[in-house]
Write a protein of this length. Structure first.
Length: 451
């Protein structure tokens, strides 16, 4: 409908309203008026111009470019620098390491050998990484490496070449601490199982120490025994720096389950804690089950034919077979009561554990304790040998009560004091978390890692 037709219809409506009643005329008139206004507005509204019809103006402006020589000069130092990284190899010396890094700089080598700080590079263990920045002529511009680990903090050695020569300094670095979880099954030996589960040897040895009061790892292990372990690791620059403490562990041996959780008093030193089971009962007993971490029993506490005299008599100790030189541990805290040669016992050490208990260790190849010295449980007091009335390398171990030899497997020794009160409540929070981790690993033959 055209605009003219719409206006005509509005005018006709207005005339009709004039012929109607007064009230009707007023209402109809207002409506017609509004319609007329609307159509009028539509008729006079301006139409926007088409963008294609707008004028176009071309603006040209010259921008100044940086001087090419200046750009090249600013890039030239970087162009002539190369970054190399090498790992220290067994038998490496400084010359071999610098050669692999592409460093041909006698001045740098002399500085590293003579400077007190820089000489730390000479103590890097095999496997550690060294990074170096070298120019096109083989001159060392900078070098950095993590220093041999310190249990409390990590430091990085930084060597830099300046206008006045080389400088070396140590910088503290924040390590990346992680928690690892692993599980495995015994098929042949503990270390074969931990290797298969990618558990570091240092952690495996901690497992032995933690459960040595309940498990003799030389004779008690069975095929099918399982373990789960949660432990700390310290990383830096994506590299494992060291393994830390075992935080929790579970060992299933011959149908029995042993659990251990590390817990320390609040606001105490990190070394002041100990291991407890899930109920808060201390695991440490007064005596270890064996003075040797790995061995086998060749003769128990029983009647036997003496291998030297040929007589039928009571064997008042336990013989552990082990190679000559195997370290012997004190099974409990005490004082060295005797250390020397004692006839058929050969080289003998006797440790007094209070007024009632004492332990004896015979046939040693070498004694590593002196009379009157205090020893702690697990301290090395000598080494396996074949001295005295012995037919081969082994350790003869006696457990004495009031100076009378007794079968150590028949003696019930007390545990350390259990947790109580607020410490027990705090421990239960830790135990709940570790119990959850055990549940995650339960029945899983493949190791699990949590970081």
């Amino acid at each position: 409908m055209s605009l003219r037709t719409k206006i005509q219809e509005a005018a006709n409506a207005l005339m009709s309203a004039l012929r109607a009643s007064r009230k009707t005329r007023v209402i109809s008139g207002m409506a017609a008026g509004l319609s007329l206004v609307a159509f009028g507005a539509a008729g006079v509204a301006p139409i926007a111009p088409d963008a294609a019809d707008l004028p176009v103006t071309l603006v040209v402006e010259e921008l100044p470019l940086p001087d090419l020589n200046t750009q090249i000069a600013s890039l030239s130092p970087a162009i002539g620098q190369f970054i190399a990284e090498e790992r220290v190899r067994p038998g490496d010396n400084l010359s071999a390491l610098l050669e692999r890094l592409g460093v041909n700089d006698p001045q740098a080598a002399q500085f590293i050998r003579s400077d007190a700080e820089a000489r730390a590079l000479l103590g890097l263990r095999p496997g550690r990484r060294l990074q170096a920045t070298v120019d096109a002529d083989g001159r060392l511009l900078s070098a950095s490496a993590l220093l041999p680990e310190n249990r409390d903090e990590l430091k990085r050695l930084v060597i830099e070449r300046g206008a006045a020569g080389f400088t070396a300094k140590q910088q503290a670095v924040a390590p990346d601490r992680r928690v690892e979880m692993r599980s495995g099954e015994i098929r042949s030996s503990l270390f074969a199982a931990t290797d298969a589960a990618q558990v570091p040897d240092a952690v495996a040895m901690q497992l032995v120490e933690i459960f040595s009061s309940d498990i003799d790892f030389g004779s008690d292990l069975r095929k099918g025994d399982r373990f789960q372990v949660v432990y700390e690791t310290v990383w830096q620059d994506g590299e494992l720096v060291r393994t830390g403490r075992v935080l929790a562990a579970e060992f299933r041996n011959a149908g029995k389950t042993f659990q251990a959780i590390w817990f320390g008093p609040q606001n105490a030193a990190a070394k002041d804690g100990g291991y407890y089971d899930l109920r808060g009962k201390a695991l440490k007993k007064a005596f270890l089950k064996s003075p040797l971490p790995f061995s086998r029993v060749t003769s128990g506490f029983a009647m036997r034919v003496h291998p030297v005299s040929g007589q039928w008599k009571q064997h008042k100790g336990i013989d552990f077979a082990a190679p000559t030189g195997t370290p012997i541990r004190a099974t409990g805290d005490g004082v060295i009561e005797f250390a020397g040669s004692a006839g058929g016992y050969g080289n003998l050490v006797v440790v007094r554990h209070g007024a009632v208990y004492s332990t004896a260790y015979a046939h040693m190849s070498r004694i590593a304790a002196r009379r009157g010295a205090h020893v702690a449980q697990g301290d090395i007091i000598g080494y396996v040998g074949s001295t005295g009335w012995s037919t081969g390398p082994h350790l003869h171990y006696e457990f004495r009560v009031n100076n009378e030899a007794r079968n150590p497997n028949s003696i019930a020794v007390p545990h350390a004091v259990a947790l109580a009160g607020d410490e027990l409540q705090r421990f239960r929070q830790v135990a709940t978390d570790m119990g959850h981790r055990f549940s995650l690993m339960a029945g899983d033959a493949v190791q699990v890692a949590a970081r």
